[in-house]
Design a binder for this molecule. Structure first.
Ligand SMILES: [Zn+2]
Length: 249
């Protein structure tokens, strides 16, 4: 039976019986991997840590006809602080769920792996977990080709900063005053667009450095959430917790 090794982050583990789980991993080498972990929960089982969310490990797999099997696990980082703080845990749960639901098995995507790894590491240290998560989301949506267009009006292309004062989730970008007109496009203040671009540039590891006004924070949370809902065809359940956190930064 062919075997392979990969650096993996655990995205999801579903127990199917006491000693067995089906797990999904984000890997640097092979994109998403789905595999069975057997014999877990028993004393001395070396596979059990890989069934915990967020754990980064070097794992060995055996290829199976329908489902691969996890055979060895060497934990490299457990991201323990994510398990002791509900805000950090909720943000990390959102990040892994979004990656899980927007990636396909067998499509190598090292950028996603490294972005997720740096996001989990940043959340362990962060005093502003929602901001780290916005930076992650901005970079990730851009990486998978569905990030919002924020540097010019999505309809007429103007880059006049003073005019870019609305955001359309359905069109997927900012609109100038003239193009937004009177309809339902949501107004945003200039600071929101600038903060979005700053978070995109800083990434999860630098997101704590940005100062964000409460109004800008509310608008960023709305903008990212509504854009994602419109352009990602999956229900991200942990987004609800994230929205509650953003209301109480
Ligand atoms: Zn315009």
């Amino acid at each position: 039976m062919a075997t392979y090794t990969a650096h993996v982050i655990t995205l999801r583990a579903t127990r199917i019986r006491d000693s067995e789980a089906v797990c999904r991993f984000c890997s640097a080498e092979r994109g998403k991997i789905e595999a069975a972990a057997r014999g877990i929960g028993r004393p001395g089982s070396k596979l059990t840590p890989a069934t915990e969310l967020f754990v980064l490990s070097r794992a060995m797999f055996a290829e199976g006809r329908n489902l691969d099997r996890l055979t060895q696990v060497e934990v490299e980082e457990s991201f323990y602080p994510l398990r002791t703080d509900v805000r950090r845990m909720s943000c990390a749960a959102f990040a892994v769920e979004l990656v899980d639901k927007t990636t396909e098995a067998g499509e190598p995507n090292p950028e996603t792996f490294h972005l997720l790894k740096s996001t989990l590491a940043a959340l362990c240290e962060s005093g502003k977990p929602p901001q780290v998560t916005w930076a992650f989301q901005a970079q990730y949506l851009s990486l998978i080709g569905i990030g919002p267009l924020m540097d010019c009006c999505i309809t007429c292309g103007t880059t006049d900063d003073a005019q870019l004062l609305a955001f359309s989730p359905s069109l997927g970008g900012v609109l100038c005053r003239g193009c937004a007109g009177e309809d339902a496009h949501q107004a945003i203040c200039p600071g929101t667009r600038r903060s979005y671009e700053a978070l995109l540039g800083l990434g999860p590891g630098g997101a704590d450095r940005l100062g964000v006004e409460p109004r800008v924070a509310r608008e960023l949370a709305w903008l990212l959430e509504s854009h994602r809902q419109f352009h990602v065809q999956a229900d991200i359940k942990s987004a609800k917790f994230l929205a509650r956190l953003a209301e109480r930064p």
